[in-house]
Design a protein around this ligand. Structure first.
Ligand SMILES: C[S@@+](CC[C@H](N)C(=O)[O-])C[C@H]1O[C@@H](n2cnc3c(N)ncnc32)[C@H](O)[C@@H]1O
Length: 277
């Protein structure tokens, strides 16, 4: 377990993280997982068996995925996150449990699908994979999802500006800081490439796709800064996220426009590690 995982447990952080999601993004993340289930397990519209979502946080993605399953369990190390998850009325047959990925509170051979959405980087992978092999039924599947910002387009009154060089600059700076601080976010910034290369699982695969979301610059800023790693970097222009937002406004000559009124189309590289039992 990472020493940084307690970042998610502070009650205010848990709330900020779960309420700052970009509108619709949990649906898009769930759709990536649903498409992979169709591709690898030929699962379509009928309800599939059992889901175990690890590092479920406040359950934003778990609740959407649960609509495709007969039974779903969300597990998170953080008691604050699990309380938030339990406070929202879920779809049918969903349970949230406090527990750790490295020692799952689930019986052997009982799960059809294990997911971890934006959580694998906090987990001790070797121990978690042993647990996945234990709890999955034969023919089961594990899907570990991560995403990285790849493009931001800004809509002006009669122009669209692509801010690609600024996005690359921000990602490079975040990556350098995460490596220097030995923070798990470094694995997000390489889209789980190093974690994947170290994984011992026959036939492992890493599948790449994209998701896109339209929001205001204000919501985008809030979303990026709700990630505990970015919150750690402080609220000044030294923080690459804040530097990015301010540079975008300068590039588009929108310094005097309210961030709520600036529309951005953001695209993420969405990478999922797929393990078949
Ligand atoms: C970035 S959040 C993702 C939450 C949720 N999956 C989502 O996409 O909104 C990562 C979550 O993993 C949880 N976590 C970290 N290490 C864990 C571990 N070893 N076992 C279980 N959960 C863990 C954290 O408490 C946090 O809620």
């Amino acid at each position: 377990m990472s020493e940084f995982v307690s970042d998610f447990d502070a009650v205010d952080t848990a709330k900020v993280y779960s309420t700052s999601r970009l509108s619709g993004i949990a649906d898009q993340q769930s759709q990536v997982i649903k498409d992979l289930l169709k591709r690898f397990k030929n699962v379509d519209d009928a309800l599939y068996g059992s889901l175990l979502d690890i590092g479920c946080g406040a359950g934003n993605v778990t609740r959407i995925l649960a609509t495709f399953f007969e039974e779903s369990i969300g597990v998170d190390i953080s008691g604050s996150q699990i309380s938030l998850a339990r406070n929202v009325a879920g779809p049918h047959r969903i349970t949230f449990k406090a527990g750790v990925a490295e020692s799952l509170p689930v019986a052997d051979g009982t799960i059809d699908v294990v997911t971890a959405v934006l959580a694998l980087h906090f987990i001790k992978c070797d121990e978690f994979l042993i647990e996945c092999a234990r709890v999955l039924k034969p023919g089961g599947i594990a899907l570990f999802y991560v995403e990285l910002l790849s493009r931001v387009l800004v809509r002006g009154s009669d122009t669209i500006t692509d801010t690609a060089p600024l996005v690359n600059q921000m990602n490079d700076k975040l990556s350098e800081l995460a490596k220097r601080l030995k923070h798990p976010q470094r694995h997000v910034l390489d889209c789980y490439e190093a974690l994947y290369n170290d994984m011992k699982w026959p036939g492992k695969q890493r599948v790449e796709t994209e998701i896109e979301n339209t929001s205001s610059l204000a919501d985008f800023r809030r979303y990026c800064l709700s990630v505990p790693f970015c919150r750690r970097l402080g609220n000044t222009e030294e923080n690459p996220v804040i530097e990015f937002v301010e540079s975008v406004k300068r590039l588009c000559s929108m310094e005097n426009t309210k961030e709520e009124d600036i529309e951005v189309r953001v695209r993420y590289r969405a990478v999922t590690i797929v393990l078949l039992k």
